[in-house]
Design a binder for this molecule. Structure first.
Ligand SMILES: *Cc1c(COP(=O)(O)O)cnc(C)c1O
Length: 365
């Protein structure tokens, strides 16, 4: 028996075949086809956002929106994230400035942003890490005051709501990832959500070789269009995503019942006023109190065929590729979190029995 950290959600084979059948008549396989356009419209409704622009993956969506907003100089961001966030900033020729996180929900500590702003700062790129919502109000206030753009890496927050607002409606834009391992997948895929209609053409140009029309190339850009087979998978998965999130919630509740209140363990918790998507279940292990380190627990689990992830370790401000190129601000709270965190297996079909087995192993280390 083997339990991986995640397992992709899929529709039935028959449902997918039915969805892709028309492609054998239309012979229109990519370049903003019927499935692509239907998915954009469905996602506007589901995510409660004014505009959605689809991409072949989340990372290229983030690169494209950064390029579309014409950012320059420095961008304030978090090192407690997947490589993609920082790489997208650097690949756009920008300098990442690292802000520490708060120890409550591991998102950017908004009270530390202003001290990092210089005359070169053009934007803030925070991450709704693990599906936890950033301090969107405070970040908006700071951005307004200093005339900065805000792009959220919302890769973890598909379907999350704050009150009755879609998480993708905050800031100038948000990027969602539809990678196979995420709550909602299009095999690989992603999107940008935004309110300003003038971004539509800019994103279109970015994803299609810098082409404004067939005779005018106005930007230096690559290719990051979503194809029809990806969009068809998205249309199918979207029909089931609410049920999948409901099942994830059950697994998370069982984890919380088993791990809350154990000395030395800090497990994920809900945020007030937020409708969560139960994307991840991160747990912090304080070795001195719990008696075993994160690494020892990960080792014990893997000996039992259970694969948790040190997500996120290492921090991006410790990546070898940035050494000597940037001032890598130290972020002690993020560093502590990266040394203690283990993200436990979580997916819709993970049963309560599976969760109990995982918790039994952890509690017996
Ligand atoms: C998955 C992920 C991405 C990248 O998305 P892809 O669709 O895999 O390119 C970016 N940021 C974060 C935080 C992620 O977890």
């Amino acid at each position: 028996m083997k339990i991986n950290v995640t397992r992709s959600s899929m529709p039935s084979f028959e449902e997918y075949i039915e969805e892709i059948k028309p492609l054998w008549d239309s012979r229109w396989l990519t370049n903003m086809g019927a499935k692509h356009n239907e998915l954009e419209e469905s996602l506007c409704n589901y995510l409660l956002c004014k505009n959605v622009s689809l991409f072949t993956n989340g990372h290229l969506a983030l690169e494209a929106v950064i390029a579309s907003l014409n950012l320059t100089g420095e961008v304030i961001t978090t090192p407690f994230t997947f490589a993609s966030t920082t790489q997208a900033i650097v690949r756009n020729g920008l300098t990442p400035v690292f802000c520490d996180i708060n120890p409550e929900d591991y998102t950017m500590d908004a009270s530390k942003i202003e001290s990092l702003i210089t005359e070169k700062t053009s934007a803030i790129i925070p991450v709704h890490v693990y599906g936890n919502v950033c301090d969107v109000e405070k970040i908006e206030k700071i951005a307004k005051k200093h005339n900065l753009k805000v792009i959220y890496d919302a890769a973890h927050t598909f379907g999350v709501k704050v009150g009755n607002k879609g998480i993708g409606s905050f800031g100038d834009a948000s990027m969602f990832s539809f990678h196979a391992t995420k709550v909602f997948n299009t095999i690989e895929g992603g999107c940008v959500t935004y309110s300003d209609d003038t971004l539509t053409q800019k994103l279109q140009i970015q994803k299609n070789f810098g082409m404004k029309d067939s005779e005018n190339y106005t930007e230096i850009a690559g290719n990051s269009k979503m194809n029809e087979f990806q969009a068809a998978m998205g249309l199918c998965n979207l029909r089931h995503v609410d049920k999948e999130i409901e099942k994830r919630k059950k697994a998370v509740q069982r984890y919380m019942e088993r791990l809350n209140g154990i000395k030395g363990i800090t497990a994920w918790k809900e945020q007030k006023g937020v409708t969560h998507n139960y994307a991840y279940f991160p747990v912090m292990f304080d070795k001195d109190v719990f008696g075993a380190s994160r690494d020892e627990i990960a080792q014990k689990l893997s000996e039992n065929g259970i694969f948790a992830r040190k997500y996120f370790y290492p921090l991006t401000n410790e990546f070898e590729c940035y050494k000597g190129k940037f001032t890598l601000q130290s972020t002690p709270i993020a560093k502590k979190a990266a040394s203690e965190v283990l993200t436990l297996p979580l997916y819709a079909d993970l049963t309560s029995e599976d969760v109990d087995l995982i918790c039994d192993i952890i509690l017996n280390v």
